[in-house]
Structures are given as C-alpha cells and as structure tokens.
Design a protein around this ligand. Structure first.
Ligand code: CS2
Length: 491
C-alpha cells in the first residue's frame, strides 16, 4: 500500500505527522526546483509554519515544480504529494511525514502554466532551489548570455529555466497591475536575492525589455537568504527504512537529511508563513555574515573533500572527512583559509568549524563525492577564489585552495583519458575536457588554461603566475604519485 492521505491515520505514532488536514490546504507559495534539498528544508519549515498554533495557516500550501525531469512530480502526485523525511543521526533515524506540498508539477509539461501560477494574486511567495548552475552566472555574478539553455529560453513561449519562468510571470503581473510575490532564492549563491534580481533583469534586457527590468527593480522584493541542511540523494536503504518506520506503507520517494537545520532570511514586507515555528529559522537585517561563513567554510570544504577525496579512493564526504589525513587537511583548510573575511570571533569560528567537521563525519549520511563535485565551474569563484584572493592579499597560506583546484583539474584530465569512474557533470565540461586533451601530460599548460578562464575564476589572482605554478606542481604530484602517499606529505 502506497503512502497516501488515507493512510495517515494508520501510520504508527512514532512517526511525526502533520498537525493539520492536508486536504484543507490551499496554495500560497510556488516553488521552483522540487528536489531533495527543497523537500528536506523549505517544505519542512513550511509544514511547521502551517501547523503552529490553534488556528492553522492553511493558505500556505506549496505548488512545487521539478525543473528537469517529470518522474518525481509524478511519483509524489501518486502519494497525494506526501513523502517521508528520514532524519539520520549518527545513532538512529526518525521519520516524519511531510504534507506541505499541495500540488506537484513538471516545469516542462504544459504551456506557461508555472508562470501563470506565479502571476496568480494568491501566490504571495516564490521560493527557488535550482542549484548554483541553474542561474547561468559567470564569475562576476551576472547572467552568461552565451549559456545554451538561456539562448533557447529567450526564444521559447514555454520557458524552461527559472529565469525565463520568472520573466514571463513578471510580464503578466506588470500587464495585470497586480502585486508581485516576494521571490526567495534558496540556493548557495553569494548575495542570492540580489544576484537573482540582477539575473532576471539581465534576461529581460536580452529580450529587449528594459522597462520590465526597471519594473522589477521598483516592485519586486528579493530578500537574501542562507540555507543549510545536508540532504544527500536518496539511496535504496531509504525506501526500506521508510517502509519499516511507516508500519508497512510504501513511500517511493522518501528523502534523508541530517538533523541540522538553518534558514536565515533577510526581513521583507508582506504576508508570509511563520517559518520561525521551525527551530533554526531566523529573520535578520543582513544575511551576509551567515552566507559567507556557510558558502566558504561548508560548501568550499565540501568541494575539497569531494575532489581530493575521490582521487584518494574515498567516495563519500563521511569517508573523506573521517580519513585521518584528508580530514586534517580539510579541517585546516576550513578554519585557516576558508574563514577569510568571515567576521566572527575566533571562538565562534572554532565552534562552527568543529560542528561542520562533525556533521561531515555523520555516518548516517551517504553524500557522494560525485554529487558535490558537480558543476564546479559555477561554484569556484565565490566559494574558493574569493577567500583565496583575500588570503593572498594579506600574505596568508592558500595551500588548501591550490590542492582543491589541482584536484578539480585532475578530474577532467582523468575523464578525458576515460580513467575516472565517477561521472562528471558541469556546464563547461566539454571545454574543460578539451583543455586537458590539448595539454595532455603538460600540467603547467593545464593549470594555466584553467586558471585563465575569467568566467570561472574571475580576474587574474595577485601574483597569478606564482599561483599557477603552485597548482601545476600539485597537479603533477597528484598525477604521478599515489594520492594517499602524496597527501601524507601534504599534511
Ligand atoms: C553541497 C551542498 O552540493 C553542494 O554544493 O555543498 O549541497 C551542501 O550539502 C548544502 O549546501 C548543505 O546545506
């Protein structure tokens, strides 16, 4: 028997269930990017907000759209849009049924339906989790007009990218003269609200619609946010565990996540759910300090553990972070390099780093290097190069960043030689593989060509040639030596 609304009353009392009747929900939020992260984060906080207090806030149901594939939307619809969140601690798993999605859609299904839903005056909020690469930005945070998906969307009636969908929705709202919803970007992008506003305006300008760009500037709020919860891709154990905990009901699309939950949102005007009902959610005047700490120390260190870890035969973040050598290198990189320009006290930085390393080692979370390693070219500038540049400027060590960049290049070099088993997803994968093919075995030439790509790395680093030589030297060692042996010497 599949999980369904009818099944709710028969599910064991050890499972957390919604405190409201999901049938009574009406939509007030449209979400773009119905993936693991959304289902483990905003959907969970929204469930807490709807259910808080005596009088339930039933008009905050979510219409959630998958962007690339229809499968998940279809599977959720078969389960009345219910699913199980498995919160995995190092010692056990707790199940909750999440019921805040009142409708699931696939963005590619029907003509402009999503833009219409966003333009519907009942939609007060739009949230997005389309990953950093889903905004098609270059290193300076502006829309890349060359990106193929953007080129295609500019000519489409039914847009497929988040930027195209928002553009169409805003055009309708401007025409109708109604109040636009607040747009809340929940991706790991620096100044994510402002960056998204700029990217939609850039899209409007590419469409030759400068007046819409101006209208957006004057009428639409894009608060910045910092989001944090590690939510790996589902594994087959999730389905078995969910069935056991649900007392025999089958959930085809459960998700698992760590217990940690953080959502820091810049204050904005207008109606919204009481998201603070979920512990870890806060409204603040300025998100920057939280965002910078998280993007550099968590997401940046994740990249080091993924790229270097996979080369050393460690395929999950937990394995890499628990490895005595790589775990030590990562902790040092996080605390000493990635804390650059994070304005917290030494004690706060120590505590944050210790919490992060503990979270990374959680054995209940199977977070694959292959996933974290995706789309590195869209993540490099803000997560790695920004702190690296700041460190070079004040004469601080940047060995960890050099190791990370060299490991990233090595992934492409191995791929080009068909010698890396894990798959490689990146919007610039073809160009990067070609660089490796052209400069085969010439590590200096590979490092030079990668680091000259300003759309990925930004302008040249201070003392650029020296930095390139350091990366080239590490790249040669990663290529010619046993990687764990080399890492021992790197310690
Ligand atoms: C990861 C994030 O894939 C990645 O880039 O670093 O998904 C990370 O797990 C989350 O941001 C944690 O909040």
């Amino acid at each position: 028997m599949l999980l369904s609304r009818q099944a709710l009353s028969k599910i064991p009392s050890t499972v957390y269930k919604p405190s409201f009747n999901p049938e009574e929900l009406s939509p007030g939020i449209v979400h773009l990017g119905c993936g693991n992260f959304h289902r483990a984060h905003q959907a969970v906080a929204t469930q807490a907000a709807i259910g808080h207090g005596e009088k339930k806030d039933l008009h905050w149901g979510i219409i959630s759209a998958t962007m690339r594939r229809p499968d998940l939307a279809r599977q959720l619809a078969r389960q009345d849009n219910l699913y199980t969140l498995l919160t995995r601690t190092p010692t056990g798993t707790v199940a909750s049924v999440i019921a805040s999605l009142c409708e699931t859609l696939f963005a590619g299904d029907t003509d402009s339906v999503l833009a219409q839903r966003i333009a519907d005056p009942r939609t007060r909020i739009v949230t997005l989790t389309v990953t950093a690469s889903g905004y098609y930005l270059t290193a300076d945070g502006r829309l890349d007009p060359e990106a193929q998906d953007i080129q295609e969307d500019l000519g489409r009636k039914t847009p497929r990218t988040a930027l195209g969908i928002l553009y169409h929705a805003f055009s309708m709202i401007q025409k109708n003269g109604t109040t636009p919803p607040v747009i809340i970007c929940c991706d790991n992008v620096s100044n994510n609200g402002q960056t998204l506003r700029q990217a939609v305006s850039d899209f409007a300008a590419l469409r030759g619609n400068d007046s819409l760009a101006e209208w957006i500037e004057q009428n639409v709020q894009f608060p910045d946010t910092m989001v944090d919860r590690i939510a790996p891709a589902p594994i087959s154990d999730d389905i078995d565990d969910a069935r056991r905990l649900l007392g025999g009901f089958t959930d085809e699309v459960p998700i698992s996540a760590e217990p940690w939950f953080q959502w820091i949102i810049e204050r904005f005007d207008g109606p919204r759910p009481m998201w603070e009902a979920h512990p870890g959610t806060r409204f603040v005047n300025n998100v920057e300090i939280f965002e910078r700490a998280k993007l550099q120390m968590l997401n940046g260190t994740h990249m080091l553990l993924a790229y270097t870890g996979a080369l050393a035969g460690l395929n999950t973040i937990a394995e890499a972070a628990s490895d005595p050598v790589l775990g030590t290198i990562a902790a040092r990189f996080m605390r000493q390099e990635q804390s650059a320009e994070v304005e917290l006290s030494d004690e706060e930085l120590d505590n944050y780093s210790n919490d992060l390393m503990r979270r990374f080692r959680n054995p209940g979370i199977v977070h694959e290097a292959e996933r974290i390693g995706r789309n590195g070219s869209a993540k490099m500038a803000m997560r790695i190069i920004r702190p690296m540049r700041a460190n070079i400027e004040v004469g601080k060590d940047t060995r960890g960043a050099s190791l990370l960049i060299a490991s990233w290049i090595r992934w492409f070099a191995l791929h080009e030689q068909e010698a890396l088993e894990i798959s490689l997803t990146d919007p610039r994968a073809d160009t990067l593989r070609l660089i490796c093919a052209e400069a085969r075995d010439d590590h200096k030439a590979q490092a030079e060509a990668f680091m000259a790509m300003e759309e990925v790395f930004g302008p040249p680093l201070p003392d650029h040639d020296r930095e390139v030589s350091i990366v080239a030297d590490i790249l040669a060692k990663l290529s010619n030596q046993d990687v764990p042996d080399f890492l021992n010497t790197f310690l």
